[in-house]
Design a protein around this ligand. Structure first.
Ligand code: SF4
Length: 413
């Protein structure tokens, strides 16, 4: 991996990376990401002009992750419309009219499916078969997504807005315009409210913030399983609400924090003012560390099994490949693994030898599902997601390049 100021040559074909600078504002998720592995944060958010003109490294989407995005996205659309209409409850007659104006819940979910599938079109990591498979699977789950959105909605509590209040005076304008477009949030429910702690350069987008008199409730929709990080995130939202003088000029205190899961809500204890002070200090230090990492030539890699196993940019990370073993005897039948080697001679119609790039000795017999795989003899490759196959008749380890495996050409080390 070589570097010029602000760039990395990752050694993988078409993957020269222009690294990101520290952002104007940090968010909870970006801080967590950079803390877990600064190198991953930088590689995932760098630009790759030789690969595509999209933002960051192309992701490898999975149907379950996209399903969660569809549910969350559709919920956002509906909750925002209901909040702006000032309805008191999703069961109210006015709510039915709002949903009808949106074209109905099924239509909202279908539109969200289309919206989430659209970026897959230009993704250089997905071939046509994979794109079609994901699209088919996601569309088949539209009824389930609709049921999930309904379940979340049925438990959502809104507060009506005073008659004559304008939605443009609240966080919905901020949701469209970002940190600079914020205004004081008034009585009522506010979807996608953007809150900012200017002195920390910290920003959060709250799924639903409800003000009823002096009482302020913050709710965040979670489409995955419960995790301690969700509590941490909600406590950070309480800090943002406390610190945001534009959205909260009266400095109203947070009354409740709710992590809303598919079939239940979890109340998160509201931090005291002492807790908020301590949180402010620790976040300030965390942001300082994160800024310092991104100002380094190349941010630090933190390889570990937990970090690297699902890292979407591990093929670009030299630190990861230093630890990947070429010794395959410890891998069991059916296990998934990554491997770096040079493609040797063809063995059969759908099998190739993979040799050690330094010694040239056969290491692995690679079987493929296609007779025209994306490599040629002599190529130095990084292979992601191979499946080990126990073959008592073979004298060397055997692996299968499946439809979900990936092949990356190494052009320099
Ligand atoms: S492979 Fe591991 S060390 Fe490398 S960027 Fe990914 S998480 Fe970080």
């Amino acid at each position: 991996m070589t570097q010029a100021a602000g760039t990395i040559d990752t050694g993988i074909a078409s993957s020269r990376a222009s690294l990101p600078s520290p952002p104007n504002y940090w968010s909870y998720s970006s801080l967590k990401e950079v803390e877990a592995c600064p190198r991953r944060y930088a590689l995932a958010r760098a630009t790759y002009p030789d690969l595509w003109d999209g933002r960051g490294y192309p992701s490898l989407p999975s149907t379950p992750a996209l399903f969660g995005d569809v549910v969350h996205g559709a919920l956002e659309v509906v909750v925002k419309a209901l909040a702006e209409a000032g309805v008191e409850s999703p069961q109210a007659v006015e709510a039915t009219m709002v949903l009808r104006d949106l074209g109905g819940l099924t239509s909202v979910v279908e539109e969200m499916v289309t919206k989430k599938l659209a970026p897959l079109e230009g993704n250089p990591r997905l071939d046509l078969d994979r794109r079609r498979r994901i699209a088919r699977e996601l569309r088949a789950q539209t009824p389930d997504a609709r049921v999930q959105v309904q379940t979340y909605l049925s438990r959502t509590v809104f507060a009506p807005r005073p008659t004559g209040s304008s939605s443009m005076r609240d966080g919905s304008a901020a949701a469209r315009g970002g940190a600079s477009a914020r205004r004081a949030l008034g009585e009522g429910s506010h979807a996608e409210a953007v809150l900012v702690a200017e002195e920390l350069r910290l920003l959060g987008r709250i799924d639903l913030l409800t003000i009823a008199g002096e009482s302020v409730d913050i709710a965040d929709y979670k489409t995955g399983v419960e995790a301690p990080g969700h509590h941490e995130q909600l406590r950070l939202y309480a800090l943002l609400w406390d610190a945001d003088r534009q959205s909260n000029p009266a400095r109203l205190a947070t009354a409740s924090l709710t992590a809303a899961y598919r079939d239940h809500d979890v109340d998160v204890p509201v931090p005291s003012s002492e807790d908020l002070d301590a949180l402010r200090v620790s976040l300030s230090a965390q942001i300082e560390r994160a800024d310092a990492e991104l100002r380094l030539g190349v941010p630090t890699p933190l390889p570990s099994p937990a970090n690297c196993e699902w890292c979407a940019v591990r093929h670009l990370c030299a630190a990861y490949w230093e630890g990947v073993t070429r010794e395959l005897t410890a891998i069991g039948d059916g296990e998934w693994f990554d491997y770096e080697g040079r493609i040797g001679k063809q063995n059969g119609q759908r099998s190739w030898w993979v040799v050690d790039p330094e010694t040239g000795i056969d290491q692995l017999l690679l079987r493929t599902t296609s007779s025209t795989p994306p490599f040629a003899p002599g190529d130095h490759v990084r292979l992601l997601g191979l499946r080990y196959e126990l073959d008592p008749e073979a004298h060397t380890p055997v692996a299968l390049l499946t439809a979900s495996s990936e092949v990356f050409q190494v052009v320099s080390s």
